[in-house]
Design a protein around this ligand. Sequence first.
Ligand SMILES: [Mg+2]
Length: 170
Amino acid sequence: MKYAMDLDGCVVDWDKGFRQVWNRQHPFKPIPARNLHWESPFQDTGLSHTKFWKWIDEEGVYWNLPPCENSVAVMKTLIRGHDVWYVTNRHPVSEEVTLQWLKSYDIEAPVLHTSDKWEVDADIYVDDNDGNLYRYVTAHPDKSVIRVIRPWNSHICGTLSIYSIAELLG
Ligand SMILES: [Mg+2]
């Protein structure tokens, strides 16, 4: 099976991690530990979308992100038995840090940086973003589209929902 696996929110605990980095840099103005919805990062930090993503890319936040619970073991198993591609909307400037992060956890696989995720051909698509899930279902109605349930997403018709990618090993 070919997997198109999203990174942030599925394999990488982006939410928890960026908040830890932010709070280390702003110890007197800490932000909450968790996102409530898709706009939380911008509302909590007080940064515009543009400034927020500039901070993420320039501060090397990606290097400091923890994996989601159990995701390293799950990815090792998936990569052993399947054709796994990471498909991420991270800015291409983060290509190297992304590869190094995956290497540091020994879960390397090809990484595609694209905002047009639905153009990727796969058997199983895994993501936590409503827009990506909707476009996967629309573009690939005959394939499996799996939503990793997070506070910032909602059920998209045609998707299967899981709480953790560990459920992929079923
Ligand atoms: Mg994601």
